[in-house]
Design a protein around this ligand. Structure first.
Ligand code: DX5
Ligand code: ZN
Length: 235
């Protein structure tokens, strides 16, 4: 006999159900000259998703990679491609990123595109839809969109560069968003991105995050599989 239903458990544990923790490896930290080897290493290490950071030099102060690189990666791996658009006008590009192989598309609420229109455009492509928030944007900003999202991406550093330090005050934001998701009876994933390692991942998972993006920590680890397992482990 089940003593608690899933909602009761969610209230007890602060998670909308017993969600699986997933690791999304940020290819920004990979060796670009040996991308194929890096893909094989990620696959062998049991990485759940590949996190693909697109930067346009306007929305953030950096330029990374775009459509042709994504299409190349798609041909070379079966890993889930988790595309994070840090661009000014995501609405203009979602279809092309979906056509180039994205399985999940995150775009920023702070971008210039209309939020609901962009969510609908991503959904129409049959791709998982995620809304990203910069550190300065409050939790409440995403609440009205939660029923239309598969995932919320909470930035735990200012977007733009890998290798920055985790901002611990983002923990409260994750906690608030998880609470709202639970109240609404949804099972939306919460992804965190920036400065995630063995220590910070424990803190943020406890607050309700279940998708851990990691670049530096995973790619610098002597054993990527072991490092990923550490990120994934239940708290
Ligand atoms: C930063 C990017 C991140 C970055 C994470 O703007 O969105 O995905 O690659 O890298 P680490 O894990 O090194 O902070
Ligand atoms: Zn990212």
């Amino acid at each position: 006999m089940k003593i608690y239903n899933d909602t009761a458990l969610a209230v007890l544990f602060g998670r909308s159900d017993f969600m699986k923790n997933l690791v999304s490896a940020s290819v920004l930290s990979a060796d670009m000259l040996n991308l194929e080897n890096e893909l094989r290493k990620m696959e062998k290490s049991g990485i759940d998703m590949l996190h693909f950071d697109v930067m346009d030099g306007v929305f953030v102060n950096n330029i990374s990679f775009g459509l042709p690189v994504l299409a190349g990666i798609k041909k070379a791996t079966d890993m889930t491609l988790d595309v994070h658009l840090m661009i000014t006008d995501p609405l203009k590009y979602v279809k092309r990123f979906a056509d180039s192989g994205a399985d999940i598309i995150s775009f920023h609420i702070e971008s210039e595109s209309d939020t609901m229109e962009t969510i609908n455009a991503i959904r129409e492509c049959g791709v998982k839809t995620a809304l990203a928030v910069k550190p300065g944007t409050p939790a409440e900003a995403v609440y009205e969109y939660l029923p239309y999202l598969d995932m919320v991406l909470v930035m735990t550093v200012e977007p733009g560069f890998g290798g920055q330090s985790f901002m611990s005050d983002m923990t409260e934001k994750v906690r608030l968003i998880r609470k709202k998701i639970t109240e609404l009876g949804l099972s939306t994933d919460i992804e965190v991105d920036g400065g995630i390692d063995a220590v910070t991942s424990a803190v943020i998972k406890e607050a309700g995050a279940n998708v851990l993006v990691s670049g530096s920590y995973l790619f610098k680890a002597p054993d990527m599989a072991q490092a990923a397992e550490k990120l994934r482990e239940d708290i």
